[in-house]
Design a protein around this ligand. Structure first.
Ligand SMILES: [Zn+2]
Ligand SMILES: [Zn+2]
Length: 149
């Protein structure tokens, strides 16, 4: 975690991608005006695990790992992600995490591509990445990716 954060900063002169929208597969807006993290609008998602259900607000600045949620998610827990508006599952059945083989969830970024991340607590923030429509693949290890909302 420490090393990861350090290497992120060292790459802070790398490419920055501005993302202004995030949607579910049905087109609902997932950007949340009410909850800000680090001064930026967060990405609001519905989560479920075991018998619990709630909301999570994801920091739009990749690599800072400041997610907000009322739920206590146990380490190693797999979490299901849903659109908070229409309830559609955000799990991408085609993808599995290259680190831990868990399912991945994905968000649509109109005109840019998709954001995918692992559904396992303590893993998903490390695997967050953008796949752009022009096949450019940006891993958080290589670039600081910041969503300007
Ligand atoms: Zn939706
Ligand atoms: Zn994983």
């Amino acid at each position: 975690m420490e090393n990861k954060a350090k290497s992120m900063r060292e790459h802070s002169s790398g490419k920055v991608i501005d993302i202004q929208h995030a949607q579910c597969s049905k087109g609902c807006n997932l950007i949340c005006d009410d909850v800000k993290i680090g001064g930026l609008k967060s990405i609001k998602l519905k989560i479920k695990f075991l018998d619990k259900e709630g909301l999570i607000y994801i920091d739009p600045e990749f690599g800072s790992y400041n997610h907000k949620t009322d739920l206590e998610i146990p380490a190693g827990q797999l979490v299901e992600f849903y659109c908070p508006e229409c309830g559609v599952s955000l799990i991408d059945k085609e993808e599995t995490c290259k680190t831990c083989s868990s399912p991945m969830f994905c968000l649509d970024i109109p005109n840019e591509g998709v954001v995918t991340a692992c559904t396992k607590k303590d893993c998903f923030d490390h695997t967050l990445k953008i796949e752009s429509f022009d096949n450019m693949q940006i891993e958080v290890d290589d670039f600081l990716v910041r969503m300007i909302l």
